[in-house]
Design a protein around this ligand. Structure first.
Ligand code: FES
Length: 207
Protein backbone atom coordinates (compact mmCIF):
# COMPACT_ATOMS: atom_id res chain seq x y z
CA UNK A 1 0.00 0.00 0.00
CA UNK A 2 1.47 3.37 -1.06
CA UNK A 3 1.03 6.26 1.32
CA UNK A 4 2.24 9.83 1.43
CA UNK A 5 2.89 10.97 4.96
CA UNK A 6 3.28 14.69 5.41
CA UNK A 7 4.66 15.53 8.81
CA UNK A 8 5.04 18.83 10.57
CA UNK A 9 8.68 19.46 11.42
CA UNK A 10 10.20 21.79 13.99
CA UNK A 11 13.80 21.70 15.11
CA UNK A 12 14.62 24.12 17.92
CA UNK A 13 18.35 23.50 17.37
CA UNK A 14 18.30 24.64 13.75
CA UNK A 15 20.10 27.84 12.88
CA UNK A 16 16.76 29.50 12.16
CA UNK A 17 14.10 27.35 13.89
CA UNK A 18 10.86 27.36 11.95
CA UNK A 19 7.82 25.15 11.50
CA UNK A 20 7.92 23.25 8.23
CA UNK A 21 6.24 20.33 6.47
CA UNK A 22 8.06 17.32 5.08
CA UNK A 23 6.66 14.66 2.76
CA UNK A 24 7.55 10.99 2.99
CA UNK A 25 6.24 8.66 0.27
CA UNK A 26 6.35 5.11 1.69
CA UNK A 27 5.03 1.63 1.00
CA UNK A 28 3.49 -0.10 3.97
CA UNK A 29 1.36 -3.12 4.93
CA UNK A 30 -2.38 -2.55 4.48
CA UNK A 31 -3.03 -3.27 8.16
CA UNK A 32 -0.45 -0.76 9.35
CA UNK A 33 -1.32 1.93 11.86
CA UNK A 34 -0.25 5.55 11.56
CA UNK A 35 2.27 4.84 14.30
CA UNK A 36 3.70 1.93 12.28
CA UNK A 37 4.12 4.31 9.35
CA UNK A 38 5.89 6.93 11.46
CA UNK A 39 8.19 4.38 13.07
CA UNK A 40 9.02 3.03 9.62
CA UNK A 41 9.90 6.54 8.45
CA UNK A 42 12.05 7.14 11.51
CA UNK A 43 13.85 3.82 11.19
CA UNK A 44 14.23 3.53 7.43
CA UNK A 45 13.88 6.96 5.86
CA UNK A 46 14.66 9.83 8.22
CA UNK A 47 16.12 9.20 11.66
CA UNK A 48 15.72 12.86 12.59
CA UNK A 49 11.90 12.65 12.81
CA UNK A 50 10.94 12.87 16.48
CA UNK A 51 7.81 11.29 17.91
CA UNK A 52 6.68 9.83 21.19
CA UNK A 53 5.31 6.32 21.65
CA UNK A 54 5.60 3.36 23.95
CA UNK A 55 2.94 0.64 24.30
CA UNK A 56 1.58 0.57 20.72
CA UNK A 57 -1.68 -0.70 22.26
CA UNK A 58 -3.71 2.42 23.21
CA UNK A 59 -2.71 2.10 26.85
CA UNK A 60 0.11 4.53 27.61
CA UNK A 61 -1.34 7.57 25.82
CA UNK A 62 2.01 8.80 24.53
CA UNK A 63 1.28 8.70 20.77
CA UNK A 64 -1.57 11.26 20.66
CA UNK A 65 -1.18 13.61 17.70
CA UNK A 66 -3.26 15.38 15.07
CA UNK A 67 -3.90 13.15 12.09
CA UNK A 68 -5.58 14.84 9.16
CA UNK A 69 -6.63 17.66 11.46
CA UNK A 70 -8.06 15.69 14.36
CA UNK A 71 -6.44 14.46 17.58
CA UNK A 72 -6.13 10.67 17.69
CA UNK A 73 -3.90 7.94 19.03
CA UNK A 74 -1.52 7.04 16.19
CA UNK A 75 -1.25 3.43 17.42
CA UNK A 76 -5.02 3.01 17.33
CA UNK A 77 -5.59 4.52 13.88
CA UNK A 78 -5.24 2.53 10.68
CA UNK A 79 -3.59 4.18 7.70
CA UNK A 80 -6.17 2.58 5.37
CA UNK A 81 -8.97 4.49 7.16
CA UNK A 82 -7.87 7.57 5.22
CA UNK A 83 -8.13 6.07 1.75
CA UNK A 84 -9.92 8.32 -0.73
CA UNK A 85 -10.29 7.32 -4.40
CA UNK A 86 -7.38 4.90 -4.06
CA UNK A 87 -5.04 7.54 -2.57
CA UNK A 88 -3.92 7.84 1.01
CA UNK A 89 -2.60 11.12 2.29
CA UNK A 90 -1.71 11.50 5.93
CA UNK A 91 -1.13 14.86 7.51
CA UNK A 92 0.48 14.42 10.92
CA UNK A 93 1.03 17.21 13.41
CA UNK A 94 1.91 17.42 17.10
CA UNK A 95 -1.09 17.62 19.46
CA UNK A 96 -2.39 21.19 19.70
CA UNK A 97 -2.51 23.53 22.69
CA UNK A 98 0.82 22.32 24.04
CA UNK A 99 4.27 23.81 23.41
CA UNK A 100 6.17 21.87 20.72
CA UNK A 101 9.58 20.54 21.77
CA UNK A 102 10.53 18.97 18.43
CA UNK A 103 8.52 17.71 15.43
CA UNK A 104 5.64 15.65 16.91
CA UNK A 105 6.82 15.84 20.53
CA UNK A 106 5.17 18.33 22.88
CA UNK A 107 5.84 19.52 26.41
CA UNK A 108 3.36 17.91 28.83
CA UNK A 109 4.45 19.97 31.86
CA UNK A 110 1.49 22.44 31.61
CA UNK A 111 -0.88 19.48 31.14
CA UNK A 112 0.32 17.68 34.28
CA UNK A 113 0.40 20.91 36.35
CA UNK A 114 -3.29 21.40 35.61
CA UNK A 115 -4.12 17.78 36.45
CA UNK A 116 -2.16 18.09 39.71
CA UNK A 117 -3.97 21.34 40.55
CA UNK A 118 -7.28 19.49 41.03
CA UNK A 119 -5.80 17.32 43.83
CA UNK A 120 -6.25 14.04 41.94
CA UNK A 121 -6.44 11.73 44.90
CA UNK A 122 -9.12 10.49 47.29
CA UNK A 123 -9.71 12.70 50.33
CA UNK A 124 -11.70 10.88 52.95
CA UNK A 125 -12.25 11.61 56.61
CA UNK A 126 -13.00 7.91 57.11
CA UNK A 127 -10.02 6.16 55.58
CA UNK A 128 -9.91 2.38 55.90
CA UNK A 129 -7.90 0.74 58.64
CA UNK A 130 -4.42 -0.50 57.84
CA UNK A 131 -4.56 -3.36 55.30
CA UNK A 132 -8.29 -2.92 54.74
CA UNK A 133 -9.85 -1.90 51.43
CA UNK A 134 -11.81 1.30 50.98
CA UNK A 135 -14.80 -0.29 49.30
CA UNK A 136 -17.47 1.44 47.23
CA UNK A 137 -20.39 -0.43 45.68
CA UNK A 138 -20.13 -1.37 42.01
CA UNK A 139 -23.31 0.61 41.26
CA UNK A 140 -21.95 3.80 42.80
CA UNK A 141 -18.79 3.61 40.68
CA UNK A 142 -20.29 2.55 37.35
CA UNK A 143 -20.87 6.11 36.10
CA UNK A 144 -17.19 6.83 36.69
CA UNK A 145 -15.88 4.06 34.48
CA UNK A 146 -15.47 6.45 31.52
CA UNK A 147 -13.30 8.98 33.35
CA UNK A 148 -11.43 6.28 35.26
CA UNK A 149 -10.50 4.70 31.93
CA UNK A 150 -8.94 7.96 30.69
CA UNK A 151 -5.33 7.28 29.66
CA UNK A 152 -4.31 10.95 29.88
CA UNK A 153 -3.09 11.11 26.28
CA UNK A 154 -3.94 14.79 25.90
CA UNK A 155 -6.05 14.32 22.74
CA UNK A 156 -8.97 16.22 24.31
CA UNK A 157 -6.64 19.05 25.34
CA UNK A 158 -5.22 19.14 21.81
CA UNK A 159 -8.62 19.85 20.27
CA UNK A 160 -10.10 22.01 23.05
CA UNK A 161 -11.43 25.21 21.50
CA UNK A 162 -11.34 27.16 24.78
CA UNK A 163 -7.64 26.42 25.26
CA UNK A 164 -7.06 27.78 21.75
CA UNK A 165 -7.96 31.23 23.06
CA UNK A 166 -7.23 30.96 26.79
CA UNK A 167 -4.16 28.98 27.85
CA UNK A 168 -5.04 29.40 31.53
CA UNK A 169 -8.24 27.31 31.17
CA UNK A 170 -8.04 24.14 33.25
CA UNK A 171 -8.95 22.05 30.22
CA UNK A 172 -10.89 18.84 29.65
CA UNK A 173 -8.36 16.34 31.02
CA UNK A 174 -7.98 18.06 34.39
CA UNK A 175 -11.76 18.63 34.61
CA UNK A 176 -12.43 14.95 33.89
CA UNK A 177 -9.96 14.03 36.62
CA UNK A 178 -11.68 16.48 39.00
CA UNK A 179 -15.06 14.91 38.17
CA UNK A 180 -13.63 11.47 38.89
CA UNK A 181 -13.04 12.52 42.55
CA UNK A 182 -16.00 14.88 42.99
CA UNK A 183 -18.30 11.99 42.10
CA UNK A 184 -16.52 9.28 44.03
CA UNK A 185 -18.83 8.31 46.93
CA UNK A 186 -15.81 7.74 49.21
CA UNK A 187 -14.49 11.30 48.78
CA UNK A 188 -15.82 13.92 51.18
CA UNK A 189 -14.13 17.05 49.82
CA UNK A 190 -16.82 17.72 47.22
CA UNK A 191 -17.65 21.24 48.48
CA UNK A 192 -14.01 22.23 48.67
CA UNK A 193 -13.33 20.77 45.22
CA UNK A 194 -16.30 22.51 43.59
CA UNK A 195 -15.36 25.83 45.22
CA UNK A 196 -11.90 25.58 43.66
CA UNK A 197 -13.35 24.63 40.25
CA UNK A 198 -15.65 27.67 40.30
CA UNK A 199 -12.72 30.09 39.99
CA UNK A 200 -11.95 31.89 36.69
CA UNK A 201 -10.40 29.50 34.12
CA UNK A 202 -12.21 26.65 35.89
CA UNK A 203 -15.28 24.59 34.99
CA UNK A 204 -17.53 27.49 33.98
CA UNK A 205 -15.16 28.50 31.20
CA UNK A 206 -15.92 25.25 29.37
CA UNK A 207 -18.14 25.78 26.34
FE1 FES B 1 0.77 3.90 23.86
FE2 FES B 1 -0.23 4.73 21.50
S1 FES B 1 1.80 4.11 21.95
S2 FES B 1 -1.18 4.74 23.44
Amino acid sequence: MDVTVKSKRYNPDAERPQVDWQEYPISIDENATVLDALIMIREEVDGTLSLRCSCRSSICGSCAMRINGQAMLACNTKVSDFEENGNIKLLVEPPGNMPVIKDLVVDFVPFWSKVKSVDPWLKSSHPPKYMEEHIASNESMLHLSGVMGCIMCGACVSDCTVLEVDKSFLGPAALAKAYRFVSDPRDDSTKFRLKALEKPSGMWDCT
